[in-house]
Design a protein around this ligand. Structure first.
Ligand code: NAD
Length: 372
């Protein structure tokens, strides 16, 4: 078994994940991976810094009860790479990083755990900046902020941007309108039949924007209370989760979970556009990206149109101003249109066109930084 020496620790410790850690990272091209272990507070976390060519690696800290340490490592590697692309395509001077804390967010949280994690973040001297993610909250960020200044996603009372979801929803709305412009020659969503799957923080705000524009909105969620609230507030029609992929609609907006675009669902879908907030919507990018092209469905790349939340926390680094974050998020419209046109002209699926554009920016700026 290979020994992994942990940051902040003089003793080398062994861990089951270490037996194949180098296999897991071979080919991933991550710059740095930090294993954080603190038995006193119960902290077991991994910070992955994928790429810092454009700037410090910013990405949230996810707290999740991973079944194995390998699963946690794979998740943080995959998510941090996604953050690199999201920042690059959004024109931000940020790199990509992410952290995962292994544990149950309902049982294992404590002030000590998050402050200890904050110290690990601090030891990276700003190369990694953390934020909220699934399983962590602004309260947890407050504890982290007691040990490091390299944290965003703080409450408004602490000079932060508060909940980024309305900004994320606005970006998805912009991406959706650009997709309509591309597919139908008009970006008006008035009268369009749009299904929003998942009406949580982002989905609810998206429904608000769509209803305001005069779209016919259908909603689906597993949370009955939330469904009732959104349908009565905005007049959206509730659809049974089992029936959503057979509905006759113009636009499908996945705003719940990732990987809903699998072979079975794509074969059932009756829509012209897919534009939503969920991360990693394509179950297998190389299979389902081209499959959507074949079916004539315009797919707005997820990491591009859901970047509003990242733009919002980026804005916190320089005297937070929500209006500035919203204006920058509006730019998602132009970039989406550009990507959709590029993908069509080059005969590639849209997610690939977006990745290529992000990689080109990183490569161009890398040359700028390495020249005199
Ligand atoms: P959320 O937890 O507030 O809302 C998700 C909603 O989806 C919940 O109401 C949940 O009940 C519902 N849901 C779960 N499984 C479902 C299913 N199978 N069918 C229908 N509904 C289901 O999350 P959120 O913050 O609104 O984020 C939504 C998605 O967007 C997530 O995938 C998230 O990773 C992504 N995202 C969010 C942000 C942000 O700013 N919040 C930024 C980028 C990406």
């Amino acid at each position: 078994m290979i020994e992994v020496k942990e940051q902040n620790s003089t003793a080398a410790v062994t861990s089951p994940v270490a037996s194949n850690v180098f296999d897991s990272i071979s080919g991933s091209r991550h710059e740095q991976i930090v294993f954080c272990n603190d038995p006193e507070s119960g902290l077991r976390a991994i910070i992955a810094i994928h790429n810092t060519v454009l700037g410090p690696a910013l990405g949230g800290t996810r707290m999740w009860m991973y079944k194995t340490e390998s699963e946690a490592l794979n998740d943080v590697l995959r998510l941090s790479r996604g953050m690199t692309y999201k920042a690059a395509i959004s024109g931000l001077n940020l790199g990509g990083g992410k952290a995962v804390i292994i544990g149950d967010s309902r049982q294992h949280k404590s002030e000590a755990l998050f402050r200890k994690f904050g110290r690990f973040v601090n030891n990276l001297n700003g190369k990694y900046i953390t934020a909220e993610d699934v399983g962590t909250s602004t309260k947890d960020m407050e504890y982290i902020a007691m040990e490091t200044k390299h944290v965003t996603g703080l409450p408004e009372s602490m000079g932060g941007g508060g909940d980024p979801s309305p900004v994320t929803a606005y970006g998805v709305y912009m991406g959706m309108k650009a997709s309509a412009q591309f597919a139908w020659g008009s970006d008006s969503l008035s009268g369009k039949k749009i299904l929003v799957q998942g009406v949580g923080h982002v989905g609810e705000n998206l429904v608000m924007n769509l209803v305001k524009e005069g779209a016919k909105v259908y909603i689906s969620d597993l949370n009955a209370d939330q469904l009732k609230k959104v349908s009565s507030e905005f007049g959206a029609e509730v659809i049974d989760p089992d029936k959503i992929f057979d509905l006759d609609i113009d636009i499908y907006a996945p705003c719940a979970l990732g990987a809903t675009l699998n072979t079975e669902n794509i074969n059932r879908l009756k829509c012209s556009i897919i534009a939503g907030a969920a991360n990693n919507q394509l179950a297998d990018e190389t299979i389902h990206g081209p499959m959507l092209v074949e079916k004539g469905i315009t797919y707005a790349p997820d990491f591009l149109i859901n970047a509003g939340g990242l733009i919002n926390v980026y804005s916190e680094l320089d005297n937070y101003n929500r209006q500035r974050a919203l204006t920058q998020t509006e730019h998602i419209y132009n970039v989406t249109l550009e990507i959709l046109k590029k993908a069509k002209a080059e005969g590639v699926y849209t997610q690939l066109a977006a990745i290529q554009m992000a990689e080109k920016r990183i490569s161009d700026i890398s040359k700028v930084k390495s020249s005199r």
